[in-house]
Write a protein of this length. Sequence first.
Length: 106
Amino acid sequence: MAHSLSAKKRVRQNIKARARNRYRKELIKNQVKAFNTALTGGDMKKAAAELSKTASRLDKVAAKGTIHKNTAARKRSRLARRLNAIVAAGGKVATTGKGSRAAKAT
């Protein structure tokens, strides 16, 4: 338990920062889910729009320091790669597997 005033204040600040970071990460997760739903639904225009929203959200969260900028860039790149692979394959979505390999076109 913190004893000094400054240590007590740091505890309060850490609780608030943790809540903010958890909220921001949850926004990213929800946005990625929306992108994946659009992608598996076969609507490439909607998926492209969701990718744009997701990339924007990733960049904003990275700018605030919640996630590292390279982490945001990596996630953005992987999502774009999935969309491009499906568009190149004519919109066929493979749903088996895990991770970034799940949406590779057959």
